[in-house]
Design a protein around this ligand. Structure first.
Ligand SMILES: O=C[C@H](O)COP(=O)(O)O
Length: 259
């Protein structure tokens, strides 16, 4: 029986800083924007994913209600792997979150669905909550293959998950990432509904209701309200706008509409 969270579903906003930032940026963004944001912890969780070398300073500087998230973890837990960070090390450092399967890693580092499934398994073994990114490329959407792609990506990770309360699904259509072309609220809602129905059919109703399905792809202060008011959108994974003060506005908008 798959475990579902007994807690009320809190919305989630993640800021993925990708390979951006400097020591000065981290300090200024945290002190001037992140630590000043106002939101209700009972309604919303906020996680920030800096580059790995900035994780220690970010963790030390962020107020304790803001969580630090790894951008990636190694799929393999045993071998020596130059340049990789294992789930155990993320856990040992006191982090509770990791992004897995971001489309930039799928595209540029050739991460397959199977490799992403291994990473999800590693997160589960180390009690990390995985933000599992899925989404179709433009040519796949244009060919009418969006649901097939999402289903394949979801099917691949299913066997790795024992505890669904430690899984967040991030729907990130590849064509909307960093392009300024946000999915319309209707397109995003339709994909989120498909994902929720997949969880319902493949896991259970309770898990489908409890699992956060968040949207990523050119989220900004200008479109946050129209997206977050969609029925099946439970938060955001924000890239570019998380590097600016717009992130504070996005968090406050989500807080306003979170149940
Ligand atoms: O992880 C975040 C996503 O890739 C979205 O990035 P973006 O907001 O810059 O489009």
């Amino acid at each position: 029986m798959a475990a579902a969270s007994a807690e009320k579903k809190r919305y989630l906003v993640g800021g993925n800083w990708k390979s951006n930032g400097s020591v000065t940026f981290v300090r200024d963004m945290i002190n001037n924007v992140l630590n000043k944001m106002k939101f209700e912890e009972s309604k919303l969780e906020v996680v920030i994913a800096p580059m790995i070398i900035h994780v220690p300073s970010a963790k030390a500087m962020l107020h304790s209600h803001l969580h630090v998230c790894a951008q990636n973890i190694a799929a393999e837990g045993k071998k020596a792997q130059t340049g990789e960070v294992k789930a155990e090390q993320v856990q040992d450092f006191g982090l509770k979150w990791a992004i897995v399967g971001h489309s930039e890693r799928r595209q540029h580092y050739l991460e397959s669905n199977e490799l992403v499934a291994e990473k999800v398994k590693r997160c589960q073994e180390c009690h990390l909550t995985a933000i599992v990114c899925i989404g179709e490329r433009l040519e796949e959407r244009e060919a009418g293959q969006t649901h097939d792609v999402l289903k394949q990506q979801l099917d691949a990770v299913k066997a790795s998950v024992k505890d669904w309360s430690r899984i967040v699904i991030a729907y990130e259509p590849v064509w909307a990432i960093g392009t300024g072309k946000t999915a319309s609220p209707e397109i995003a809602q339709e994909a989120h509904e498909f994902i929720r129905k997949w969880i319902q059919g493949s896991v259970s109703d309770a898990v489908a209701n409890a699992t956060r399905i968040i949207y990523g792809g050119s989220v900004s202060d200008a479109n946050a309200e129209s997206l977050i008011t969609q029925k099946d959108i439970d938060g955001f994974l924000v890239g570019g706008a998380s590097l600016t003060e717009k992130f504070g506005t996005i968090v406050e908008t989500v807080n306003k509409f979170a149940p």
